[in-house]
Design a protein around this ligand. Structure first.
Ligand code: SF4
Length: 197
């Protein structure tokens, strides 16, 4: 599968998730805190290379891939996601510089579920929501317990695996996943471009 084909396939998975999330949010009261970017500040966010391929492709298409590669190669020691802009919102709490191209992990977090050891879907959401929107969190989990349909994290990673097992079997620190995705895209186009003899 070529890079543009992989981009389309991954974007189709993101699109399907958006639809499922919309339905889920229409039926449940849980929402993020206004202007909050706390989940992006976690130093241990992990992603697969494949989920960052649309972002890398976007940078390639807009001529910013090399600059981003430099930035990612020179600042690997800082675990904070390089796309996070701490001054990005009116509330001053920060946001994602490339929200439309964020990874699957970013799309799922807060409003999707994992199975617990008894096979029961458990909402994977943040401490802030559990504490500051405790009632909405509990109502949402009760709705899931009663059979409400929640996006399942495992299912979405399986969809990525079906597109490209090699690029989706391992999770890396998010900046590493972005850098590896960028290297894949640049390498692909390096071999696609006819060289001057
Ligand atoms: S890619 Fe964007 S949404 Fe995901 S962790 Fe980084 S800043 Fe946050």
């Amino acid at each position: 599968m070529s890079i543009p084909q992989k981009v389309k396939a991954v974007e189709a998975v993101f699109h399907a998730l958006e639809g499922e999330l919309r339905q889920f949010q229409n039926q449940t009261p849980l929402r993020c805190l206004t202007g909050c970017g706390e989940c992006c500040k976690k130093p241990d966010i992990e992603a697969t290379v494949l989920e960052m391929i649309p972002l890398a492709y976007h940078w390639y298409q807009t001529g910013t891939a090399e600059a981003w590669l430099d930035r990612l190669e020179t600042s690997d020691a800082d675990p904070l996601c390089k796309l996070f802009n701490p001054f990005g919102t009116l509330q001053g709490k920060g946001n994602c510089e490339h929200y439309a191209y964020r990874g699957l992990v970013c799309r799922l977090f807060g409003f999707a579920a994992n199975l617990n050891k008894y096979g029961k879907p458990l909402l994977a959401t943040c401490k802030l929501l559990k504490e500051e929107k405790a009632e909405a969190y509990q109502q949402t989990q009760a709705w899931i317990d009663a059979g409400g349909r929640v996006p399942m994290i495992r299912d979405y990673y399986m969809k990525l695996y079906a597109i490209d097992p090699t690029l989706s079997e391992q999770r890396h620190p998010i900046n590493t996943a972005i850098r590896l995705a960028l290297e894949k895209v640049l390498l692909y186009y390096y071999y696609q471009t006819p060289k001057a003899s």
